[in-house]
Design a protein around this ligand. Structure first.
Ligand SMILES: [Zn+2]
Length: 262
């Protein structure tokens, strides 16, 4: 944890300090090594909040955008006595922001969403963003066809846009010259994407995001989810395409997002 209580004050870890846990009130000790960020750990080594994720630099960077009073805020259910440490809580908006770096079980997603109720997720996909493709441009037919000519057996994974009838015409014309064994499969995929695209991608700032090896557990979530890929844009998952690994996403300016919740 970044914070603990000492003399009634919420403080960060400094070398050789003892304090009490914000959540359970047990004794915590400061850990101030050279590699890990300064942090507090329970003396008995057991984290009291099982939802608490080991902090990465990414967590710290996000927390630091907000006032210390908004960071690591203990929320409790007065009926059940259950307590958890929210990564960020904005009391004016009464919204919790949960920062998620590691894989998470669907049950835990549901439990956290039920507990916090008014909450959003920010999901760390930095480093795995190579598995993401964002599509918003007009279809570059020439490019796509050149690729197909060069390697006719390669499955189309990332269509550049959705002028499907155009591609189909071209592909039929080419089929006598080229051998396209996956042609039907590719066309089914493109048609399904085109349908979704027509529905949603015409909205401003909306993109189709292809997510190779997508994290299926996020389908258990019913709250707003924003993907951080380490750029100035956060991508909100708006809807999952019922075909393949694609999502409709909405791009948000990261700075504006942060200012909004500060
Ligand atoms: Zn504790």
């Amino acid at each position: 944890m970044k914070y603990a209580l000492l003399n009634g004050k919420k403080i960060t870890a400094q070398p050789n300090l003892m304090a009490t846990c914000l959540c359970c009130g047990a004794e915590v000790k400061s850990y101030c090594g050279e590699i890990n960020q300064y942090h507090w750990r329970h003396l008995n080594k057991k984290q009291c909040d099982l939802w608490y994720e080991n902090e990465t630099e990414w967590h710290r960077d996000w927390k630091n955008y907000f006032d210390s009073s908004y960071q690591e805020v203990v929320k409790h259910d007065s009926k059940t006595g259950e307590k958890h440490i929210a990564d960020i809580y904005n009391p004016k908006k009464e919204v919790v922001i949960e920062l998620q770096h590691s894989p998470i079980k669907p049950n835990e997603i549901r439990a956290r969403e039920q507990f916090y109720n008014r909450m959003i997720w920010v999901i760390d996909l930095i480093g795995v963003d190579k598995n993401l493709s964002f599509i918003n441009d007009k279809f570059n037919l020439e490019y796509q066809l050149t690729k197909m000519r060069q390697n006719p057996t390669e499955k189309i994974e990332v269509p550049d846009s959705f002028a499907i009838s155009e591609i189909e015409k071209e592909m039929n014309a080419l089929s006598s010259i080229l051998r396209l064994p996956d042609k039907d499969e590719n066309m089914d995929y493109l048609r399904a994407l085109e349908d979704e695209y027509k529905k949603l991608c015409k909205l401003p700032n909306h993109y189709l995001m292809l997510w190779k090896y997508r994290h299926k557990y996020w389908e258990a979530s019913s709250k707003h989810k924003f993907i951080d890929i380490g750029t100035n844009t956060l991508y909100e998952l708006v809807a999952r395409v019922q075909f393949g690994n694609a999502y409709i996403v909405k791009a948000h300016d990261k700075n504006k997002f942060i200012v909004h919740y500060q």
